[in-house]
Design a protein. Structure first.
Length: 309
């Protein structure tokens, strides 16, 4: 897949946390085209039949997204009723899905009703759009992107899928990776971690398992932090190592990896011995969790090298 599919992160996204305390009731959206009509395929190979815009929940995710992505690309639209930019982007996506006549499916996911799916997909702000092909996320962007840029992104996606001979052309993921993906889709981080470790035991250094395990471990750490404890520790010592590591995790989860990396590099400069090694290892783990496609990783690696040597 072209690198640009995974690297588009633009302004206009609304952070998931914090969000308005009491969102208004969902307003609903227009119906979707029937099979065989403007939004259906009429049974053409490589083209979706049935509605091209669907609502997906945690209960239907495997069938509607994972299974269908084996036949055609599925584009996930993570949204919420209280999100202003979502109301700008969603109609654009729906219009383009209908215009493309079933070459891809738009799956809309309400993050308030399906928080486990948003967590599993590493959604940090909305609107968030992710493309799934062959059961795997292959590209994404965040924010209220102009229609011409959405159209360009979709064209790159469809072109890449065409070069592979369709969404089903890719090999099935290994059993352990498939199990990990299913567990993450259900928000079961413990099972996902076990599956990723099993894959690494069979295939040491597997890049997908390494990345997946790092992300699962980050999510598990973030879910267990006590913010009152953090405030107390940092009030006593702004350079407390344990608190500093926790704050870095939370900052990454809130969508600001550059700030998190900068804080850890500064902590490395101010520590030595075992503490310095602990911070270094934690920072490297965050690099693994985000992957080299994250723009903040490369400069942070250089800063880390400068701090160490």
């Amino acid at each position: 897949m072209p690198e640009s599919l995974g690297g588009l992160r633009l302004a206009g996204a609304v952070p998931l946390d914090p969000k308005p305390a009491a969102p208004p009731p969902p307003a609903g959206r227009p119906g979707t085209p029937p099979a065989g009509g403007p939004g259906g395929s009429g049974g053409q190979p490589g083209v979706a039949t049935g509605p091209v815009v669907i609502d997906v929940t945690e209960a239907t995710f495997t069938t509607e997204v994972v299974d269908r992505s084996m036949e055609v690309p599925v584009v996930l639209d993570f949204w919420a009723e209280w999100c202003g930019p979502c109301k700008q982007l969603s109609p654009v996506l729906e219009r383009l899905a209908v215009a493309d006549g079933g070459r891809w499916i738009l799956a809309k996911i309400d993050v308030d009703a399906n928080p486990g799916l948003a967590q599993a997909a590493q959604v940090q702000g909305i609107p968030a759009v992710k493309a799934v092909v062959g059961g795997r996320i292959v590209g994404e962007f965040t924010g209220a992107v102009p229609e011409r840029e959405v159209r360009s992104w979709l064209d790159q996606l469809l072109s890449a899928v065409g070069e592979l001979g369709g969404a089903a052309a890719g090999a099935e993921p290994p059993p352990h990776l498939a199990a990990a993906q299913d567990a993450m889709a259900q928000g079961d981080l413990d099972t996902a971690a076990e599956a990723f470790r099993a894959q690494l035991a069979e295939s040491p250094g597997d890049p997908e398992a390494t990345l997946g395990l790092a992300r699962v471990e980050l999510l598990r750490r973030v879910g267990g932090y006590d913010t009152a404890w953090l405030r107390e520790r940092l009030a006593t010592d702004p350079f407390d190592v344990e608190a500093g590591l926790a704050v870095a995790d939370l900052t990454v989860a809130q969508g600001d990896p550059a700030t998190a990396f900068g804080r850890l590099v500064e902590l490395i400069r101010r520590t030595s011995g075992d503490d310095r090694e602990k911070v270094r290892a934690h920072l490297v783990g965050l690099f693994q969790a985000l992957g080299d496609d994250e723009p903040a990783v490369a400069p942070a690696r250089r800063a880390l090298a400068a701090a160490l040597f």
